[in-house]
Design a protein around this ligand. Sequence first.
Ligand code: URP
Ligand code: ZN
Ligand code: ZN
Length: 512
Amino acid sequence: MEEFDLVVRDGWVATASEVFAADVGVRDGVITAIAKGLLRAKREINASERWVLPGGIDSHCHVEQLSGMGIMCVDDFYSATVAAAFGGTTTIIPFAAQHREMKIPDVVADYAKRAREKAVIDYGFHLILANPDETALNIDLPAVIREGITSLKVYMTYDKLRLDDHQLLDVLAVAASEQALVMVHAENHDIIRWLANRLLARGHKAPKFHAVAHDPIAEGEATNRAIALSRLIGVPLLIVHVSAREAIETIRNAKQRGAAVYAETCPQYLFLTADDLDRNGLEGAMYCCSPPPRDKDSQDAVWAGLKDGTLPIFSSDHAPYRFDKTGKLPKGDATTFKEMANGLPGIELRMPLLFSEGVMAGRLSLQEFVALTSTNHASMYGLTGRKGAITIGADADFAVWNPNREVTVTASMLHDNTGYTPYEGRKLKGWPEIVVSRGRVVVENNTLHAERGSGQFLKRGTSDALSSPEGISVAEAREALRGLVDVGMEDERSQTSLRPRRSPTRPTLTCR
Ligand code: URP
Ligand code: ZN
Ligand code: ZN
């Protein structure tokens, strides 16, 4: 009997720290050997002149989700996971999204059922928390965290989702006591509302005004405030979809002062600018997301943040809406920038875009690419050891990349349901030709080989951001604050007992 089910032979294998020539042997869905000259297997893949990289983890994508504006995104768990797989991603962590009137256990059960029936690669969930009432804070959140949904997203903007600072503090305190990671959408709601109202009152309705209303100052202010709130509680924080220089510099400064703050960015902030929203008619709606794409200066700041560890997570923020009445244009030609669905597709191109413009263009090393697209996500979201690395004992999730394959992007070659891509016509170098998920070859010869429903739910552990033995800075660990937190608070808004289990800590991420 062969020792391996699968051997990937003669490739260059990359992890977040090294690149080396080796074969990779797989048995029962797990990597069991990494060495030269492995014995024969039932299935062999010739990877000579190919790079064997960990399967991507896309830790920010919206799938079968009703947006805060009440618009359903167009990908379900089948189309989204198929598109992810074709782009070299083998794990996704989308959202189970609570709207204010919904009960959290029902929300989680609903998303779990839909994903179980359709996903072709492995998946976890973050919870979106829109109503942090007493039941949510004291009963439902601890329960979902125990079930392996160990991170949650909160919003500082959007009428139907946003939390005020008092509510954010309540959530951060529960995250500290229950060991969950809080992700925050940081934009100042009132700045955006004030600007949007003025623009509309003056007849400025076109998509390009979305980028004017979502000024970088709104992002910078909310980023600073979110960090301050997390420092007060002394719990790590992850700021999602960071777009602009001001927010990046705020995060970098806070980190230098010892704050346990982490941040994510996305392809749209590297490859698009606000000029893309300024197109004929309503075409600019295809480029509207929040925060919006910025300018060349912010693009440079995003590249620098990826390089120096200020932005250790590169996700897609895939939020697909069609360019029609179901998505971007709910009021047809009369749709204003306030009414368009916010969000861009990107789940399939996230890795190829960064590979081409980062690695092949010489801006990033291969190890940095692996860290940014896979290993750091595993560390941040409680999957270390199982996902995000080519290492013995980990799930056999990897992609065989052809670094020399040239691809011109068209919407028709992609597998999501959006019907357009913001990256149409872009020439990319490097492509994931074979994709393996838990030892199963799921993509080969541009063909899918995975069954609907064959992806598995990942019960995630605690983020390394919370469980690292490294101590947090003295400022964050102030005993006086601990005392206040331990006593609990009594006021008209909350009786939540705030009791961190242990000192919050910083993770050791591969990207500084
Ligand atoms: O515009 C965006 N990013 N839409 C998706 C929802 C979110 O806030 O991430
Ligand atoms: Zn967001
Ligand atoms: Zn998002």
